[in-house]
Design a protein around this ligand. Structure first.
Ligand SMILES: *Cc1c(COP(=O)(O)O)cnc(C)c1O
Length: 393
């Protein structure tokens, strides 16, 4: 008797989906038993240009035959080029490359503390996070997000984090003290439920940070890299951070993360302060540059806005048609959430059974995160699957 091969893995992912994909093309995934699924979760906002994009395959294959890894003991031209392109298209002056979202956030937390230490204020080391946020699963990123269910069994967690209520500017003001170093938030909360900040709220936070000499960090691991219809979600708001974490969509499926800083912060991360063995290695940097090629094409971001508006309007119509099943529709660009009246898992399963893959999030939402370059006909097919699933519920 053959034992279940899944038993060799930690049982940390729930529920283990008994669905195996053999290949993907654009917005479609093909399963072992021959079914086709529309992929509206994109590996949780990772495969930003769908599966098997020819430009990304060509970049990966060419580099795979030349050089994979050398370490940051040597110059890596592809990483330098990627950094320059991110700098040219953002608030940032300099960048650190990591391999995941949590690592990019951690780099930013260190950089915020480093800035104050370098300016003679090492006691300014407390960082404020927001209720309902998500910043990753390492000790420090769990601690700064402050989600109790992610923290239990892992105490004592790193010291130096405070938590305030999302959307409540007075709660933020009240929690600032002489030891506060900075503030971290997602301009559009992802895992906690698709919750875009309001422009006024972000502006007020930026103003408070300026008044109090605090650094502002945006975690755009999920909402960045074109998802919102803007290269970075904060550009939609016109409110700029001092530090920003990216990952997920940046490599289109190849692991890479980045921590972007303005120069006053970045210049304090001198030799010996931080590092990563794999961060920005030739393979990852070449693939991320190929993703940047696609993102910076003239039609890409306007396309995301237009597709997002279409999908959002269709979802609003479904909400009007099925008010007992759908409470409301949220989000920006192609980062959309359906707040359900029924358990979100029930809707997600009904959609999966009809060939549409989505992912749940906090606040009883179903998240829609299709590829940024999705074809219109696939958006239409997804809407019709949702309509028929809801119609039968
Ligand atoms: C996914 C996510 C992270 C963590 O990224 P990992 O690559 O899983 O470490 C951090 N912040 C946000 C906003 C995320 O959505």
């Amino acid at each position: 008797m053959v034992s279940d091969p899944r038993a060799a893995l930690w049982p940390n992912y729930n529920p283990p989906r008994d669905l195996i994909f053999t290949h993907g093309k654009g917005s479609e995934l093909f399963s072992e038993e021959g079914s086709v699924y529309l992929d509206f979760l994109s590996g949780i906002a990772v495969t930003s240009f769908g599966h098997s994009h020819p430009h990304l395959i060509a970049a990966l294959n060419e580099q795979a035959g030349k050089l994979w890894h050398v370490s940051n003991l040597f110059r890596i031209p592809a990483a330098e080029l990627l950094a320059q392109r991110l700098v040219q298209n953002s608030f940032a002056d300099n960048i650190f490359f990591a391999n995941s979202g949590a690592e990019s956030v951690e780099a930013g937390l260190k950089a915020m503390r480093s800035y104050h230490a370098a300016n003679g204020n090492p006691e300014r080391n407390r960082i404020i996070g927001f209720e309902n946020s998500f910043h990753g699963r390492t000790i420090a990123t769990v601690a700064v997000a402050g989600n109790k269910s992610h923290m239990q069994n892992f105490v004592p967690l790193d010291q130096g984090f405070d938590h305030v209520q999302w959307g409540d500017i007075e709660s933020l003001r009240a929690s600032i003290g002489s030891a506060t170093a900075g503030v971290i938030l997602e301009p559009i909360q992802g895992e906690g439920g698709i919750r875009p900040a309001s422009k006024e709220y972000l502006e007020a936070i930026r103003n408070i940070c300026d008044e109090e000499g605090l650094l502002l960090m945006f975690d755009e691991v999920q909402c960045g890299v074109g998802r919102s219809g803007h290269l970075f979600a904060h550009q939609y708001y016109g409110v700029y951070p001092d530090v920003m974490a990216l990952a997920k969509g940046l490599g289109g499926g190849f692991p890479i993360g980045a921590c972007l800083t303005n120069n006053k912060v970045g210049k304090t991360m001198v030799v010996g302060t931080h590092g990563s063995t794999f961060g920005g290695n030739p393979l990852a940097a070449v693939v991320a540059n190929a993703v940047m090629d696609l993102l910076l094409e003239d039609e890409c971001l306007p396309g995301v806005i237009q597709k997002g508006e279409y999908l959002r309007n269709q979802l609003s119509s479904l909400q009007e048609k099925y008010p007992k099943l759908i409470d409301s529709v949220h989000g920006l660009g192609l980062m959309l959430g359906i707040k359900c009246e029924i358990p979100n898992t029930e809707l997600a399963n009904a959609l999966k059974d009809r060939g549409l893959l989505v992912v749940g999030s906090g606040s009883n939402m179903v998240r829609l995160l299709p590829p940024l370059n999705i074809e219109h006909s696939h958006l239409e097919r997804a809407v019709s699957i949702m309509d028929s699933a809801l119609g039968e519920m």
